[in-house]
Design a protein around this ligand. Structure first.
Ligand code: UDX
Length: 438
């Protein structure tokens, strides 16, 4: 099949490569000249394990090409995927759907009547109906629009795209379903569940899934707040409740909470949309989910202050700055916010991160950066683990302890081997736990 992928951010770039890996002829569209040139040269504009190799592979086969705008080439596609971003609107909680609308309007004049448009972006319920109307007005025929949400996670994006746990399609006609089904045929042949839904449900599936995941994380972080004042241990608590299959042990890792380009803005966008629909109270609990999540950042800042006293001039090392490991994404990163707040209050903050230091230099040049782990903690008065990169879990507490000014670590992700760090002389402070330090 010939497919176009419109918008080549995390979602679009991964999807375009995945479609080419499945054997389709793919044309990727991206208006940002920097991103476009990078992709044409086989360079990903972000860090995603395995995706750069896959990109080089499909570029070599000629299965994928990139361009800035629609032309006869993209117009000949059987299926167009809209993958542009829906960021949080500035000054509001609502999702900004203007890029999705612009993508649909730019595509419409080039559409063949039998072509199918599949929206993959995370949108407020009702967006597809609006897009369908606008595109139909432009083309003069009933556009085959469907919604096909994407559930990929950063860090495992390609694997999630090629081996998803389900494929969801919301469509108004059978033709759209058949074309999308054909595009995913190699994945469906592996036995992947294929769910055909109505369009509003398909739009809702994505935000509902993200709201549920965010709620799970905030639930265990709420338990952490209780544990912290009652001498209980939220890590053991999560393990104990997770054995109940109805609860499950995934997404119950307590720590500094969720960030990234999806969960925070999706729960806010969901609340804003529910409010518009007159059912704001149905998802009002997400306000608490958001607040619990943000309170974890306050907690770390408070713990740092109680350890350091006056933070001015104190040296703090932040281990990990991306919102999660295996990603250089700094959007709404809890570690970044904590580092920024301590720096604003006068601490000398040095950041270590295996892949995100250049992204950090662009976003927050005021923070110190050090690529060598031992050098990063040298003379530190306090070390904070902000992202659970494997190299921090594996780090030798003796080697790090030999160069710091003060052996105190706040484990913001509950991944350190407490006994090993303590026996190397460290005071270990962790969220949701009452650790006795000798
Ligand atoms: C999320 C959804 O998981 C994915 O299905 C959707 O398509 C996009 O949004 P992603 O943003 O890549 O994916 O990250 P995810 O793995 O969900 O983690 C989100 C945040 O929650 C990270 O900051 C992570 O550190 C945090 N987290 C996750 C926890 O604090 N505890 C957990 O138990 C799990």
């Amino acid at each position: 099949m010939k497919v176009s992928v419109i918008g080549l951010g995390y979602l679009g770039a991964t999807h375009a490569v995945a479609m080419a890996e499945l054997g389709h002829e793919v044309v990727g569209l991206e208006p940002d000249p920097k991103k476009l040139e990078a992709l044409k040269a086989g360079v990903l504009p972000f860090h995603e394990p395995g995706l750069d190799e896959a990109l080089s592979r499909v570029l070599k086969t000629g299965k994928i090409t990139f361009q800035a705008e629609h032309n006869h080439h993209s117009a000949s596609a059987d299926l167009h995927f809209i993958c542009v971003g829906t960021p949080q609107r500035s000054g509001s909680d609502a999702a900004d759907t203007s890029y999705v609308m612009a993508a649909a309007k730019a595509l419409a004049p080039h559409l063949r009547p039998d072509a199918v448009v599949a929206g993959k972006s995370t949108v407020p319920v009702g967006t597809a109906t609006e897009l369908q109307k606008v595109m139909t007005e432009i083309t003069g025929f009933d556009v085959n629009l469907a919604w096909n949400p994407e559930f990929l996670r950063e860090g495992t994006a390609l694997e999630d795209s090629l081996r998803p746990d389900r494929i969801v399609v919301g469509a108004w006609n059978e033709h759209s379903v058949e074309v999308i089904k054909a595009a995913y045929a190699p994945i469906l042949n592996l036995g992947t569940p294929f769910l055909v839904l109505d369009v509003p449900t398909a739009e809702l599936v994505k935000v509902a899934a993200n709201a549920f995941l965010a709620t799970k994380i905030s639930f265990i972080n709420a338990m952490a707040e209780v544990a912290e004042v009652s001498g209980a241990d939220a890590v053991s608590l999560a393990k104990a409740i997770g054995y109940d299959e109805r609860i499950g042990n995934k997404f119950l890792r307590t720590g500094i909470g969720f960030g990234g380009g999806c969960l925070p803005k999706d729960i806010r966008g969901f609340m804003a949309r529910a409010e518009e629909l007159g059912v704001g109270s149905a998802v009002e609990f997400l306000k608490d989910v958001d607040a619990i999540n943000l309170r974890r950042r306050d907690k770390v800042v408070a713990l740092a202050k109680s350890e350091l006293g006056d933070v001015r001039g104190k040296r703090v090392t932040m281990l990990g700055i991306s919102f999660k490991p295996d990603s250089d994404d700094l959007r709404d990163s809890p570690a970044l916010e904590i580092a920024q707040r301590l720096s604003r209050e006068g601490a000398e903050v040095t950041v270590h991160d295996p892949v995100s230091l250049s992204a950090l230099a662009e976003k927050e040049p005021a923070l110190g950066r050090e690529a060598d782990l031992v050098e990063a903690v040298r003379e530190a008065d306090l070390v904070i683990l902000g992202t659970e990169w494997k190299q921090y879990k594996d780090a030798d507490p003796h080697a790090l302890g030999a160069v710091v000014a003060n052996k105190t670590v706040i484990d913001g992700r509950n991944v350190l081997d407490v006994a090993a760090w303590q026996s190397a002389g460290w005071k270990v402070i962790a969220l949701g736990r009452s650790i006795q330090n000798g």
